[in-house]
Design a protein around this ligand. Structure first.
Ligand SMILES: Nc1ncnc2c1ncn2[C@@H]1O[C@H](COP(=O)(O)OP(=O)(O)OP(=O)(O)O)[C@@H](O)[C@H]1O
Ligand SMILES: Nc1ncnc2c1ncn2[C@@H]1O[C@H](COP(=O)(O)OP(=O)(O)OP(=O)(O)O)[C@@H](O)[C@H]1O
Ligand SMILES: [Mg+2]
Ligand SMILES: [Mg+2]
Lengths: 228, 228
């Protein structure tokens, strides 16, 4: 489902350039659950932003479902993001003027679903992540961990085929983290969702089948879970 | 140094009220390093916001250095926050229009320090937290963990007598977390700084001398580290 070939990403201009990604290549099959770990500033968020088409790469290719996303037109990119992708941002990225319910609904209204179906899907994902009582709160009325769960609900409510998660349990206590990770695992097993998850937490990483280690923008190690 | 007596905090209006803090009392002596742990939404951030005077309590008293902060006038509150307090926010709270250097300098310029002294203090704390090369970056040019270290540097650069930290290692890998925690420990041992730190990470909690456990706005348990 995902094939990353020799990608590089630079920030800045001629004199002052930072190389955030330095010649990274890897493949992910459909239904895989892959973790990404690495020190702060090593390029994990940059990698996810490039794969999700939120940011552009400087050189190389990224193929998703055999389509090269670096050459897709704007309209095709928007359709891909809307229908195939669920993204959980490191800083949550909730809209402050909408309630938790409306933030989650956003992902479904852009897919032109009916209001009754939207309501059913939101109530179901809210129950799984234990945020049902918080749906009428605005982001400023939520704690850090509650915001992270609302942001996760927005990404998962469309049951996307590819889930990109950037430290999804960073602000969560161990019980909330387990609820979210169990939801990931269910989507992975039942719907064959492919998951790419950045984390620096060992418990969270233990859910992945394979872990890529990144340092200074390069993959320097890989761990594959043994047969259970 | 800190005496919290029967405090309560409610959010919302008559019909729709959330009790975030429900009758909490505890004392912290000068030079103590205290951890606060608890599930997501249990009231940890609300507690720190009330102690730091960023938010107000509904009932009860908070005494810092034998002064009741719930009755201090505006000017006295500002002086207390400027001279005694260092606060590391859960969402970093950096100003997007300033560089990392300027964000850190802000805490010192409001104390009317000279530019040479400001420069020396910033360079020294930046070196401890390994962000020296990032000082000319704006927040949007920093990774999640780098932002958290800049926010911590801003809180620590004034060597405050009371440090309040809200999940200061949430976005950090284990090496960066250790750097920050070692800096806390040094301030605690050498300057007798009192530290109150919210965390849900076991390694981070292991630095504290005492841990208060909070659930639904109440302290329900306390652990005191045995003699080493
Ligand atoms: N402005 C507000 N209006 C209404 N309710 C609020 C407001 N701010 C916080 N709350 C509620 O108060 C409770 C405590 O929030 P708080 O942010 O203190 O939790 P926390 O322990 O820090 O959680 P986390 O670990 O997720 O950061 C939560 O249930 C939250 O929904
Ligand atoms: N807009 C930008 N301009 C310049 N440099 C940037 C920009 N965004 C990120 N960087 C740099 O690129 C590098 C990689 O950043 P990235 O956010 O991918 O790190 P990360 O691995 O996600 O780290 P963390 O664990 O701290 O979140 C960092 O050194 C950062 O300073
Ligand atoms: Mg990141
Ligand atoms: Mg909090």
């Amino acid at each position: 489902i995902l094939n990353v070939e020799k990608i590089e990403k630079y920030y800045g201009y001629k004199g002052n350039v930072t190389k955030a990604i330095d010649n990274i290549s890897f493949k992910v099959d459909k239904g895989e659950f892959v973790g990404i770990m690495g020190p702060s500033g090593s390029g994990k968020t940059t990698l996810l932003n490039c794969i999700s088409t939120i940011d552009t790469i400087t050189t190389g290719h990224i193929n998703i479902n055999n389509k090269d996303i670096t050459v897709l037109k704007r309209k095709a990119l928007e359709n891909f993001r809307r229908d195939e992708l669920g993204f959980i941002f490191q800083d949550f990225n909730l809209l402050d003027t909408l309630t938790a319910y409306e933030n989650i609904a956003l992902a479904l209204t852009i897919q032109n679903r009916g209001t009754r179906e939207i309501d059913r899907l939101i109530k179901s994902v809210a129950k799984k992540l234990e945020i049902s009582e918080l749906l009428n709160n605005y982001p400023f009325q939520l704690s850090g961990g509650q915001k992270q769960r609302v942001a996760s609900a927005r990404a998962l409510v469309t049951e996307p085929s590819l889930i990109l998660a950037d430290e999804p349990t960073g602000a969560l206590d161990s019980k909330s983290a387990r609820l979210l990770l169990d939801t990931f695992e269910k989507l992975n097993k039942e719907f064959q969702s492919t998951i790419l998850m950045v984390t620096h937490d060992a418990f969270t990483a233990s859910y992945a089948h394979r872990i890529l280690f990144i340092k200074d923008g390069r993959i320097f190690n890989e761990l594959i879970r043994g047969e259970d």
